[in-house]
Ligand binder design. Structure first.
Ligand code: ZN
Length: 448
């Protein structure tokens, strides 16, 4: 990335360092550490002072996408410049960012329903322990004499913050790891939710309130003002600073979700959400559930009313017992194959231990970040563990496949890859695929 002259991007002012580029991308993807956020802010301020624009470097093309620094009241942000910002015909040299770039502009004008860049999530894991509450309800009109209000498209296709919170909880609780069957873990929804609650105890919303204290996992609490959850939210009232809205959270296993509602398994009632429910964009929408859903609630505009669900993120999961995260119906089928593999080795070769991992965050390689679909960690007796990758090549858009193709060479640095396509899992082929995968794993252990 580099800083170029405003309205004359062929003139370069200065190059940004790799660290600065990483920080900007992490900030835009809501995955910035405090250090990233500080670096991103200083870069945007510097570009503003220099009267420049930022030229991205995500395309292999003559013209790169451009980002303009803007200052709103006391905040700085970046506006993504696209041809439609200006008169038709002008600025054809302003391409959209690559699909894998966090600055990619979602052409869909409706508020984001999906995370378009979720599949790469090429972002360092945030080490922050604080969870964002809802901002205060605006009680002033913006100054209309200045420039026009920020266009909604600027931010609405950033990855969901709630999604980020949910992945951090799943990661801390180890919900994305199925340990070897030799460990004899007993899977129930109640056990998994209680592990997630323990993880939520390590995350804070306010200095004096952990995420766990403001979290319910029981759907009927939504309508019950005398529930312990709502009572705690009531007693937290005096601790909320001016700039934040009193916010509660619900973590609900849900059989299905619709555009603006979720159907928790723990109640026959439906929770309507004020904004659209967000979820990963992948595979057939009709075949994505069940879900683990994280939503946040407030108490209406006056902070006095009944609980109101404001935002929600729905993470597809394998089933309600494991809550193992997947991103499509096809990934659920691939998980099923991996669970079968784990069981078959447990039965036939108990000295072979197999863990199944669904990476929730990007992994580092010498040539960049990537996020494999599945990682197997295989240990034979007292030999060191061997890392093997399983990639689900589902029915995806061409754009998606192109983005994925780019990360395959990176994944090869992490371990050998076994590819699974929908054709491999048809009724006629699945048994053969299972045997082929078994033989591949045995072969790789022999190599190691
Ligand atoms: Zn870009």
């Amino acid at each position: 990335m580099r800083i170029v002259v405003r309205n004359s991007p062929t003139h370069v002012l200065t190059e940004l360092s790799d660290r600065e580029a990483v920080a900007l991308r992490a900030w835009h993807g809501n995955a910035a550490s405090n250090a990233d956020a500080a670096i991103a802010l200083s870069v945007i301020r510097r570009v503003k002072v220099m009267g420049g624009w930022i030229e991205c470097d995500c395309l292999e093309a003559q013209h790169q996408p451009l980002l303009a620094p803007i200052r709103q009241e006391r905040t700085f942000t970046l506006r993504r410049l696209t041809p439609k910002d200006n008169a038709p015909g002008r600025h054809a040299e302003r391409p959209n960012h690559a699909l894998a770039c966090p600055f990619h502009v979602d052409k869909d004008a409706s508020p984001a329903l999906i995370d378009r860049s979720y599949h790469l999530r090429p972002l360092p894991k945030s080490e922050r322990s604080y969870i964002d509450a809802l901002p205060a309800i605006p009680d002033r009109l913006a100054d209309v004499s200045g420039h026009e209000p920020p266009r909604s498209s600027e931010r609405n296709d950033r990855p969901s913050r709630l999604g980020g919170v949910l992945w951090r909880m799943l990661d801390r609780a180890g919900t994305n790891v199925i340990p070897p069957l030799q460990d004899g873990v007993d899977y129930t929804l109640a056990n998994q939710l209680s592990r997630l609650r323990s993880a939520a105890r390590e995350l804070r919303v306010l200095r004096t309130w952990t995420l766990n204290a403001l979290l319910s996992t029981w759907g009927p609490d939504y309508w019950n003002p005398t529930s312990r959850w709502q009572q705690l939210l009531a007693s937290s009232r005096r601790d909320w600073p001016e700039g934040l809205r009193r916010t509660g959270f619900m973590l609900l296993f849900s059989t299905s979700v619709s555009t603006q509602a979720i159907m928790p398994a723990s109640t026959s009632r439906t929770i309507e959400i004020l904004s659209k429910v967000r979820q990963p964009l992948r595979g057939d929408p009709a075949n994505r559930g069940p879900f683990l859903t994280l939503l946040n609630v407030d108490f209406q505009d006056d902070d006095e009313g009944p609980v109101r669900a404001v935002q929600a993120y729905a993470q597809p999961v394998y089933n309600g017992d494991t809550l193992f995260p997947v991103e499509s119906g096809f990934e659920r089928d691939v998980s099923h194959l991996l669970f079968w593999l784990q069981q078959s080795f447990f039965d036939a070769a108990p000295e072979l231990r197999v863990s199944i991992i669904k990476p929730l965050f990007a992994m580092e390689t010498p040539i960049g970040l990537c996020r494999p679909d599945f990682v197997l960690e295989v240990t034979y007796r007292d030999q060191p563990p061997r890392r093997l990758l399983v990639e689900a090549f589902g029915m995806e858009t061409e754009e998606y496949r192109d983005a994925k193709e780019k990360t395959i060479p990176r994944m090869k640095h992490l371990g050998p890859i076994f590819a699974v396509s929908p054709e491999d899992l048809t009724e006629a082929n699945s048994e053969r695929t299972g045997r082929r995968l078994q033989a591949w794993v045995v072969d790789k252990i022999g190599d190691g």
